[in-house]
Design a protein around this ligand. Structure first.
Ligand code: PGA
Length: 251
């Protein structure tokens, strides 16, 4: 039985002080909550503060990206070892906003996944099609290319330390959620890809989150689908009660 994983991707929201307030509220209301694994992914700047606040609770820390080099002249970037030092356990990689605004490619995702796993952290690998791609019927080939690209050269043992987030780009921040059937269909397809790349065992153990306008009102139905093992939550993660509503939907 796969444990649900609900992660809040705070994106470029919540400065140190707001992040502290939100994390405190979450610790108060859900800090001892059992059930889904709960991960908070604030900006780099707020990681240390959020780590301090959630210490000793059931909430875990995640980052929104990482660079693939250890250190050096990479202005603006943060390395995996720095994230580890800050208490990070999960790293979101290949988010569609990174892909569309900042030149992320399947190749850079792959380098980052390797680095994150080599450091003993867990990667949340994001994949998903745009509206145009869905409408032209290439959703599966797009997702297949992204998954195969991200996992190139990753061993089966390492693959078990990853989570995949299926995030249809047209559903992110738009209020439009994929229907339960649309989401389940792609999730099952991704699980099949993992079986082909690795084995039934790996495919059955890797958790596949849905992301894209998930909220308390639709989380229960989405999480009820056979191959949906959690959520990567943007907008609704910025309000403690909404985030907790989604966590409760996974219990
Ligand atoms: P959303 O974002 O929940 O605001 O749609 C999800 C994500 O981008 O991870």
């Amino acid at each position: 039985m796969r444990q649900y994983i609900i992660a809040g991707n705070w994106k470029m929201n919540m400065g140190i002080s707001d992040a502290e307030t939100l994390a405190k509220e979450l610790v108060e209301k859900a800090g001892t909550s059992e059930g889904p694994e709960m991960v908070l992914c604030p900006t780099y700047l707020a990681l240390a503060k959020v780590a301090e606040v959630i210490k000793g609770s059931n909430l875990k820390l995640g980052a929104q990206d990482a660079h693939w080099e250890d250190d050096g002249a990479y202005t603006g970037k943060v390395s995996v070892s720095m994230l580890k030092e800050a208490g990070v356990e999960y790293v979101i990689l290949g988010h569609s906003e990174q892909r569309s605004f900042f030149g992320e490619t399947d190749e850079t995702v792959n380098k980052k996944v390797k680095k994150v796993l080599a450091a003993g952290l867990k990667a949340i690998v994001c994949v998903g099609e745009t509206l145009e791609q869905r409408e032209s019927g290439v959703t599966e080939s797009v997702v297949k290319t992204q998954v195969e690209g991200a996992y190139a050269g990753i061993s089966a043992e390492d693959a078990k330390n990853t989570v995949i987030a299926y995030e249809p780009v047209w559903a992110i921040g738009t209020g439009k959620t994929a229907s339960n059937e649309q989401a389940q269909e792609v999730h099952a397809f991704i699980r099949g890809l993992m079986k082909g790349l690795y084995s039934e065992e790996v495919a059955e153990s890797v958790r596949i989150q849905y992301g894209g306008s998930m909220k308390p009102g639709n989380a229960g139905d989405l999480l009820g689908q056979t191959d949906i093992d959690g959520g990567l939550i943007g907008g609704a993660a910025l309000k403690a009660d909404d985030f907790i509503g989604i966590i409760n939907a996974g219990k």
